[in-house]
Design a protein around this ligand. Sequence first.
Ligand SMILES: [Zn+2]
Length: 351
Amino acid sequence: MPIAFTVTYAVFAFILGSVIGSFLNVVILRTPEKMSIVTEPSHCFSCGHRLAWYDMFPIFSYIFLRGRCRYCGEKFSPRYMVVELITAVIYCLSYLVFAVFQPADWWKIAFSAVMFPVLIVLSMIDIDRFEIPYWCSAVMAVLGIAAIFVFPSEIVWYERLIAMGVILVLFAVLVLIGGMGGGDMQLMIGASLLLGYRVFAGLLIGILFGAIYGSIKKLRDSKAEKQLTEQIRDIAEQWYKNQLDRGVGYVADERSDVIVGSISDGAPDIEWEFLDEKVWVGLPDKSELSRMLRQNITDEREGGFKIFISGADVKKVKYSRRMVFGPFLAVGIAVSWFVGAQIVDWYTNLF
Ligand SMILES: [Zn+2]
């Protein structure tokens, strides 16, 4: 293809990507709130002024308006432009990888055009809300099933199923150990059908990046985590002492139990279903502990804690802030989609 065409197509892919990215911003913002994506016009969150098309022109509006609202001057988060930019670059890259660097494969481009927006949306929603929307994983699964028929020779169907089986077992362990959630598992099930054995390269990349980020985050959060741990321990001790004094419900001598809880969206909650009622004499005053936690912990957004009780004592409290894995898994899936085969080839050639 003449170079002029290639450049024109690449620029077109970039612009199309930025427009899609601009739509994704709306999806990211409105999906969790169950707001309508199409009917409500976009407006400034600060002054409520309706935004015109030239205020929302992808990437460029942000640059020209220096990231501020034209009407009230309020700063917009650079995140909107980042999402537009990422989508634009990835659309452009999809075109280059699947139509220029190799004989054109329009199916691969079509799959990319659907898959990448889903990966971007789920990453941002995971960062915001610590959950991957079910519909995102469902779209990945549909793409995975479609891949069985669209790319039958690339990876044989049973290899895709085997990859899915291994991912299922692997994630059952990862979710149990902690760190990964059910949403991560649902996402990777679809990805395993889509990528076949290449999904393992993606998973490895995701875990690697996630681990690097996780250790940086651990350092950054350690002070706040320590403080929260102290706070929860104080509350738990006070509550448990009261339990013992009133003889309401306490752990029998030489037995122990763990109270598991979490803070989501700023509200602490106990997961009482994990309580081992056999070791308790009487039953703990559940609502009292929840009430005390909610009253005293108001500034922490997302995290999980465990209260270890042994006989008459609160032995230990562990608190850690929640960490997202979705965005890292998404990066792993993306890399694997582009160059997973090369990575696996390179790896198997080492031996
Ligand atoms: Zn405004």
